[in-house]
Design a protein around this ligand. Sequence first.
Ligand code: NAP
Ligand code: HSE
Length: 428
Amino acid sequence: MTLAVAGLGTVGAGTVKLLHENRALIAARAGADVAVGAVSARDASKNRGVDLSNFQWFDDPVEMATQADADIFVELIGGSGGAAKAAVLAALGAGKHVVTANKALIAHHGAALAERAEAAGLVLAYEAAVAGGIPIIKVMREGLAANRFDRVYGILNGTCNYILTAMRETGGEFADILAEAQALGYAEADPSFDIDGVDAAHKLAILAALAFGSAVRFEDLHIEGIRDISALDIKSVDELGYRIKLLGIANRQEGRAELRVHPCLVDKSAPIAAVEGVTNAVVAEGNFVGSVICEGPGAGAGPTASAVVSDVIDIARGIKLPTFATPVSSMPVLETSPMDGHRGCHYIRLTVHDQPGVIADVAAALRDEGISVESMLQRGRGTEADGAVPVILTTHETTEAALNRALSRISAMSTTLGPPCVLRIESL
Ligand code: NAP
Ligand code: HSE
């Protein structure tokens, strides 16, 4: 088996290193020698910490996809379009199997690419695209293939989980901790994809397609990130008995699905609350197996290369499965429900003027929307020049529509300073 590897960054260089170091072991398990024959990246002169001297170099990955003498094209460039998409299309057109770690590409164009691959009898494999080193695609597509899934959820972004963990453990600043995650190779080329929830949403879209046997429109996902979470929120939720986690949740009821990515409060005793650092965890709930939890390293060179090469080994073994477990030609489009109708409990942090009557006005706005307050805390007095003080509330279950109406009224009050921070409380 000869590979053409496009992209020699964190994952590409890690994949070349793994294939070199474990070559004998991989050959024994795959039943064939697996070797890199050609590589492509932008800068041929860059030192990548791996020996590339035996490989044919291509400046253009599309040219490599069509011209390199290879069985498998391994796409490790990234991005939902551009060179990555063009090269994958060219590779499938040239009769090469494709292995990719690119969740943006699969989330946006997975169904169309799978259609091409399946029509041509080729494999389009993407184990590394979801949850780094955790073999969740294999678990859901093969091990749990007998089950109907009504919910799949998890911690799907290592960078965000690393940041939230470090903020709680060290009290450090968001920007400094993000820089650490970038230096460790966890973050996307554009880290706003991580911290704004887009990367987790790419992975959730893929999991939802697999779980529900449906094509997902990426624009149907509700996406929020962790930018607005402050050290005060981390400390306050800790006192209330919760942890903050960025979760991706795909939930199906009566034929419609909720697909949402946002920071959540989860009870400290929930298993997912204990998943820390760059670790990811995915919970797949099957109607016969029950709840299956897979946990492991969610990003970085080694874990991601491990997932990429597992796909290569499957192809070498002759394993060919429908891309999303169900043949793509028979996948309907997934119908989703709007977030306005979502019901749940909430944590709300307001910044208000410290003066008599403010809490009564806030409580009245919530009461008028039928929202019951579970707890309310104003600690200390406003010491800033403007007399600002944080007020922390938790609510009983309500709809998002009612909460949003109440929050618009609260935000418009002259005593409210700045936008509220609102986090959903999930019972998992
Ligand atoms: P990266 O470090 O930024 O590497 C990207 C590579 O692509 C670089 O070698 C770059 O070349 C090359 N490249 C960019 N544009 C190109 C073009 N037009 N033509 C040819 N080569 C081009 O990214 P990464 O972290 O390895 O991620 C690669 C993919 O894996 C992405 O889809 C990412 O989402 C996914 N992924 C990453 C992780 C992770 O932990 N990092 C985990 C799971 C999945 P130069 O080096 O010459 O600039
Ligand atoms: N940037 C991604 C993360 C890489 O932090 O989880 C793994 O997909």
